[in-house]
Write a protein that binds this ligand. Structure first.
Ligand SMILES: [Zn+2]
Length: 415
């Protein structure tokens, strides 16, 4: 997609490690983005959609500036939650992963999310994961732990060794203190009680094959399957420059996932994984975070089959700043549907003046300024309200307004 005319790149983004908004620039006209993908079961709830729609604004901003965007996303198509769900429903885990991945991609298309340049599954990257874990073991930053229920050893990442030999420090990415990390670790898939670990927070790199579980050849590690954080670390480093521009995901990925993906990368290559870390807010329902484990999900596919316009779902999401936690209500969705209809009605009535399009200029300037300022989607939507109610400059090229809004916000006023 060609850039918009007269748009210079001046992007400020809130960075979790810095705890502040920092200037973020592409390198030689290339910006690189990795956003952690789904584990494909119960896809796609509004919490997922919130993350991918907000990062889509970042992609659209860069494209508008004429920047070449390299965007990689993974799908965790092998992990404990997927296997547990397959077992509890009697489904084949591969069929479950494939069908839910397909549904996720349909939902993203419906929400006008520009697809990643590369979309990779964990399973196809296992040989590269094995290579990295063997390397970390060779560097004495990974160590084996005997498993009672497996023939081989599990392999863990040695936090203390990594801190001694690299620039990474525990907490330097997720920006939590040790006490908070100890509290979060078991809630988010960690195993602090595992006997034989050097530090309770040491994360799993390679899980030795258990009876009845899927397994792959692991070279010197023996048969098994990868841990979660090494998966993203390997996928990102095999497909993006090092360091890449932005690592993104929901705020529940600050620790342990992004902390350790970054640690693995620095330990294996001696180079930081990413320059910036962005964490999107959580969507709640009835006072709780929307999550699979709580079962309080609003699915995009369900809203679509109920006849909700996906553009209204996108509008609802963009009503909130990307860093904000927000509760979903049916009332909010209806308000977004009405707001979208007002924009479309204004566009239908607008003229297509070629001689004077100051209104389109004003709108483009307002939208770009809002996005450049830490992707301020609510401010961008307010500017669209102002345009629709005739409060921007009078002259308007309807064609250009359509193009600008489509390019920057992914909203189709003619639809
Ligand atoms: Zn990830």
């Amino acid at each position: 997609m060609p850039g918009l005319p007269h748009v210079a790149e001046t992007l400020e983004l809130y960075d979790t490690p810095a705890s502040s908004t920092v200037s973020t620039v592409s390198r030689n006209g290339v910006a690189s983005l990795y956003v952690c993908g789904i584990t494909p079961y119960d896809a796609t709830h509004l919490g997922h959609a919130n993350t991918y729609v907000h990062f889509d604004l970042l992609v659209r901003y860069w494209l508008a500036c004429g920047v070449d965007v390299q965007y990689v996303q993974n799908v965790t198509d092998i992990d404990d939650p997927l296997l547990e769900r397959a077992q509890s429903t009697g489904a084949d885990w591969q069929d479950l992963a494939e069908s839910q991945t397909e549904l996720f991609r349909e939902d993203m298309t419906a929400l006008s999310v520009i697809p990643p340049t590369h979309y990779l599954g964990a399973v196809e990257m296992i040989p590269a994961v094995v290579e990295d874990v063997e390397r970390l073991h060779h560097l004495e930053i990974a160590y084996p732990v005997a498993a009672d229920d497996a023939a081989g050893d599990d392999y863990y990442f040695d936090i203390a060794a990594a801190e001694q030999r690299t620039d990474w420090r525990l907490g330097s990415v997720g920006n939590y203190d040790r006490q908070t990390m100890e509290q979060l670790f078991p809630e988010r898939g960690g195993d602090p009680q595992r006997a034989g670990k050097r530090d309770p927070l040491d994360p799993l790199l390679w899980r030795s094959a258990r009876q009845g579980e899927p397994q792959w050849p692991g070279g010197r590690l023996g048969q098994g399957r990868p841990g979660w954080h090494i998966e993203c670390s390997v996928i990102a480093r095999r497909h993006l420059p090092a360091p890449f521009t932005v690592q993104g995901g929901g705020s529940d990925l600050r620790f342990p996932h992004h902390e350790f993906s970054a640690a693995h990368a620095t330990a294996a290559d001696g180079v930081a994984l990413a320059e910036r870390y962005m964490h999107t807010g959580m969507v709640g329902l009835d006072g709780e975070k929307m999550s699979k484990s709580r079962g309080n999900l609003v699915l995009v596919s369900q809203l679509r089959s109920d006849g909700v316009d996906p553009q209204a779902i996108r509008t609802l999401i963009l009503t909130h700043h990307w860093r904000q936690d927000w509760p979903y209500t049916g009332q909010k969705l209806r308000e977004s549907e009405q707001r979208l209809l007002r924009w479309k009605a204004a566009w239908q009535q607008a003229e297509d003046r070629q001689d004077d399009d100051a209104g389109a200029d004003d709108l483009q300037y307002a939208l770009i300024s809002a996005l450049a300022n830490d992707l301020n989607a609510p401010a961008a939507l307010t500017s669209l309200d102002l345009w629709a109610s005739g409060h921007l400059a009078a002259g308007t090229s309807r064609t250009r307004v359509h193009h600008v809004v489509q390019a920057l916000l992914g909203i189709d006023l003619s639809g």
